[in-house]
Structures are given as C-alpha cells and as structure tokens.
Design a protein. Structure first.
Length: 62
C-alpha cells in the first residue's frame, strides 16, 4: 500500500504546484484504474469468480 500512498501524495503535489496538470494526472489515474479493473475482470473470468462481488461499493465511499 505504500506505493499507492506515494502515488496519491505525488499526484496531489503535482496538481497543487500547477493546476494545469489536472488533465495529465487525471489521465494517469484513469489509465491506472482501467488497468486495475481489467485485471480484476480477467482474473475473475479465469477463476470463474466475480471478485468484485466480495466488495461492498457502499463501504468504499463512506
């Protein structure tokens, strides 16, 4: 989780130094999340498990 923390802090720092970086940082986050969810989906298909069904979306956004 430390690498994710560094990524979050780094993204916030880049945008706080220059607001014009929002688009670039947003694109990187979109790419990361797309890759992550694609991996979850592919792994789920291979294992015949809906891995996202183990997670409460409501709890994620509290």
């Amino acid at each position: 989780m430390k690498h994710l923390e560094r990524m979050i802090v780094g993204a916030a720092l880049v945008v706080s130094r220059n607001a014009d970086n929002k688009i670039m940082v947003g694109k990187k986050w979109e790419d990361f999340l797309h890759a992550f969810f694609s991996l979850v989906k592919r792994s789920g298909k291979e294992s015949k498990l809906n891995l996202l069904s183990f997670v409460s979306v409501t709890k994620l956004f509290r």
